[in-house]
Design a protein. Structure first.
Length: 242
């Protein structure tokens, strides 16, 4: 059973936090991102490639209905669940082929029914269209989105409040937490070697004992030697010897 990638869009922080909390008991529902406006929602949809978007209707500047219309041209169009305090938009919402329409405050039983509907719809899609691994990794850099080949990424690390993505020809910086980057790189050959580091297994060529149970890792194309925490050494060696 694969995870269902969720994007929550709402201009009210409390509503985003509440919905994220209510989704926690549903093991397959993984919140991969949030957005506080319509513009942010479109960028986040491109970046996170969600399976489903919980979308507020009433938002300043660009409302949820406009967002739903805008994302229809995306290569991967997420299922839409509108979430709003106003029932008046229901008819127009379903014109955008919304999967469901949740009213605030959220009712847990109604949410559970919505989750069942999401799972059923996505399962039907999966049965007819096998899941494919995305070929590009999107990184938001300033006001643009860079599309990287995961095979060109040597390693990723967290420094201060930024995540650095070290490629073969350039280093990219994003504000995304390392955990989010790790989740998006999961389909590819990346492995965590330290609480602050992920490496591309395809570039590893030497692993050397260091001290206190830790090891040092050398990658093709990288000058820096990376420290492998003793908590990850055993699993890393097992992974490399498969």
């Amino acid at each position: 059973m694969t995870d269902i990638r969720v994007l929550i869009v709402d201009d009210e922080r409390f509503s985003r936090e509440e919905l994220s909390f209510l989704l926690q008991p549903f093991d397959r529902m993984k919140v991969v991102g949030e957005a506080a406006s319509g513009d942010e929602a479109i960028v986040a949809a491109l970046k996170y490639q969600p399976d489903v978007m919980f979308l507020d209707v009433e938002m300043p500047r660009m409302d949820g209905l406009a967002v739903a219309a805008a994302i229809k041209d995306l290569k991967k169009v997420p299922e839409i669940v509108f979430a709003t305090a106003y029932p008046d938009f229901a008819v127009e919402a379903f014109r955008h082929q919304a999967l469901d329409y949740l009213l605030k405050p959220f009712d847990e039983d109604q949410l559970a029914e919505t989750i069942k509907r999401i799972e059923k719809k996505l399962q039907l899609q999966e049965d007819h269209h096998p899941v494919t691994v995305p070929s590009k990794f999107a990184v938001e850099v300033d006001d643009t989105i860079e599309y990287l080949n995961p095979s060109d990424i040597l390693y990723v690390y967290r420094e201060d409040r930024a995540t650095k993505i070290v490629g073969r020809t350039a280093v990219y910086e994003t504000n995304d937490p390392l955990k989010d980057v790790e989740e998006r790189l999961q389909p590819f050959s990346f492995f965590r070697i330290h609480k602050s580091y992920l490496v591309n297994l395809d570039y590893i060529y030497r692993l050397t004992p260091w001290f206190n149970g830790a090891w040092q890792l050398e990658l093709r194309g990288a000058e820096e030697k990376l420290s492998v925490s003793r908590n990850y050494v055993k699993d890393l060696r097992r992974k490399l010897e498969l």
